[in-house]
Design a protein around this ligand. Structure first.
Ligand SMILES: CC(=O)N[C@H]1[C@@H](OP(=O)(O)OP(=O)(O)OC[C@H]2O[C@@H](n3ccc(=O)[nH]c3=O)[C@H](O)[C@@H]2O)O[C@H](CO)[C@@H](O)[C@@H]1O
Length: 403
C-alpha cells in the first residue's frame, strides 16, 4: 500500500482526437493504481478554447490554462512570417513559462502529452523541470507538436506499426506501438439507451440506423452530402446526424421542411457527448470523417463505415487511413470531390444487406486495438520507473494503418 499519490500532468487537446486519448489514459491509470490502493492526482494543462477546457473539468480533473499559439506549417517564408504566425509564435514562450510554473508547483511523477498546440509549451516545460515526458501520437505520421517534443521525450507511444518506419533512428529507439486509446465506455454502449436518452421514439427499429459524424467540429462537406441525400437515406434507414455545434441551427431549419413521417426518423445533434457509446451501439452503418480517434473507435467496435476523409488533414492522413481500410474491405472510402450519388452508391448496399454489414464489421474489427489504453499506461509506468524501451515492443503482426 503506497501512501504517496501518483502525480500526473497531462497535456494535449484542441480537438477530440487529442483530448479523448488523454482522458482515457487518466481513467485507465487511475483504475490500475486503485488496485494497489494508490491514489492518482492529475493536473491537465490545456488552452481556454480547446475541447479539453470542457472535458477535463467535467471529468473532475484539475485544469490550468496556458497561452499557446497555432503552429502553422508552410514552405513559404512569407507565410511563415505573417503577423498571425509571428503573434502566435510569440505566445509559445509565455506558455512555456506558465506551464513551467504549473509543473514546478505540482511536481508530477510524469508528464503525458497527446498532441495539439498546447502540448508544445507543456512538453518543453516538462524537460526544463526534469520530469519524464511520455508522448502519445494518434496518427500515422507524428504531428507537429510531437515532432517538436520528440527529442525531449522518454517514450514515444504510437498508434500504428507503420509509424515506426517513419521515425528517425533516435525517435525509433524510444518508440512503442500501443494503439490509440478508446474510451472504455465507448465499447459498452447500449442501443436501447440511445433511444431513451435522445428520445428516438419515431425510429423504426426494423430499419437499419445510420450514424453520420463529422468529428467534434462537424464537417461542412458531410453535412452537404447528407443534406442532399437525406430523403433518400430516410427512405431506407433511421438517421442520427452529428453536424457540429456551429452548424446545428442552419440544418435544423432545413430539416423542418421534411415530411413528418421522415422527420420522425431523423435526429440532428451538434455534438454527441455522453450518449456517444449508445449511439454507436445503435448504429448499423457509420458515415464519417476518418480522423484517428473515430477510426480507433469504429475498428475497436467493428462497425461498417463509409469514410469521407478530410482532404486537408496533416499529411493527408485521413485519406490514407480510409483507403487502407478500404483495401481490405473493412470500410468504403470516398475521396476527392464526392457527390451525393457516390454516397448513395456506397451506403445503399450496406443498408440493403445485413450480411454485407456483418462481413465488413468483422474485417474492421481486425484493425481494432481495444487494449491500447492499458498498453499506454504500461509505458507511462515504465517511464516513471526508468525502464528502457524493449526492442521491437508493440510489434504484434496485426494489420496496421498505412504510411
Ligand atoms: C480536423 C483535424 O484536425 N482532424 C484531426 C483531429 O481529428 P478530430 O479530433 O477532429 O477527430 P477524431 O476522429 O480523431 O476524434 C474525434 C473524437 O470526438 C468524438 N466525438 C465526435 C463527435 C461528437 O459529436 N462526439 C464525440 O464524442 C469521437 O467519437 C472521437 O473520439 O485529430 C485526429 C487525431 O490526432 C486526426 O486524425 C485528425 O485528422
Amino acid at each position: 500500500m503506497h501512501s504517496a499519490p501518483f502525480r500526473l500532468v497531462v497535456t494535449g487537446g484542441g480537438t477530440g482526437g487529442h483530448t479523448y486519448p488523454a482522458l482515457t489514459a487518466v481513467r485507465t491509470l487511475e483504475a490500475r493504481l486503485a488496485v494497489e490502493g494508490r491514489a492518482l492526482e492529475v493536473l491537465w494543462i490545456g488552452t481556454a478554447d480547446g475541447l479539453e477546457a470542457r472535458v477535463a473539468p467535467a471529468a473532475g480533473i484539475a485544469f490550468t490554462m496556458v497561452a499557446t499559439g497555432k503552429i502553422r506549417r508552410s514552405k513559404n517564408p512569407l507565410k511563415l512570417a505573417s503577423p498571425a504566425n509571428v503573434r502566435d509564435m510569440a505566445r509559445v514562450p509565455l506558455g512555456v513559462l506558465q506551464a513551467r510554473r504549473a509543473i514546478d508547483g505540482f511536481r508530477p511523477d510524469v508528464v503525458l502529452a497527446t498532441g495539439g498546440y498546447v502540448a508544445v509549451p507543456a512538453g518543453l516545460a516538462a524537460r526544463m523541470c526534469h520530469r519524464p515526458l511520455v508522448l502519445h501520437e494518434q496518427t500515422v505520421r507524428l504531428g507537429l507538436a510531437n515532432r517538436k517534443l520528440a527529442s525531449a521525450a522518454a517514450r514515444i507511444c504510437v498508434s500504428s506499426d507503420s509509424t515506426l518506419g517513419l521515425l528517425s533512428e533516435s525517435a525509433r529507439a524510444i518508440a512503442v506501438v500501443t494503439g490509440n486509446p478508446v474510451r472504455p465506455e465507448v465499447l459498452s454502449g447500449q442501443a436501447d439507451k440511445a433511444v431513451q436518452a435522445l428520445g428516438l421514439w419515431g425510429f423504426d427499429r426494423r430499419l437499419p440506423t445510420v450514424y453520420v459524424t463529422g468529428g467534434a467540429q462537424g464537417s461542412q462537406q458531410i453535412n452537404e452530402l447528407v443534406g442532399e441525400s437525406v430523403q433518400w437515406l430516410l427512405g431506407r434507414a433511421n438517421v442520427i446526424h452529428q453536424c457540429g455545434p456551429a452548424n446545428e441551427a442552419g440544418l435544423r431549419a432545413r430539416a423542418a421542411g421534411l415530411p413528418a413521417e421522415l422527420a420522425a426518423r431523423y435526429h440532428l445533434a451538434g455534438f454527441v457527448s455522453g450518449e456517444l457509446p449508445d449511439v454507436l451501439a445503435l448504429a448499423d452503418v457509420v458515415v464519417s470523417r476518418s480522423g484517428a480517434g473515430t477510426l480507433a473507435e469504429l475498428t475497436a467496435l467493428g462497425k461498417p463505415a463509409v469514410f469521407v476523409p478530410l482532404a486537408s488533414s496533416a499529411g493527408n492522413e485521413q485519406v490514407h487511413n480510409a483507403r487502407h481500410l478500404e483495401q481490405s474491405g473493412a470500410a468504403v472510402a470516398l475521396t476527392g470531390e464526392v457527390t451525393a450519388a457516390q454516397l448513395q452508391t456506397a451506403v445503399g448496399p450496406l443498408l440493403a444487406d445485413a450480411h454485407l454489414r456483418r462481413a465488413m464489421a468483422e474485417r474492421a474489427r481486425a484493425y481494432g486495438r481495444p487494449d491500447a489504453a492499458d498498453r499506454l499506461v504500461d509505458e507511462i509506468l515504465a517511464a516513471v520507473a526508468g525502464r528502457p524501451v524493449t526492442a521491437g515492443a508493440g510489434r504484434r503482426g496485426e494489420p496496421s494503418l498505412p504510411r
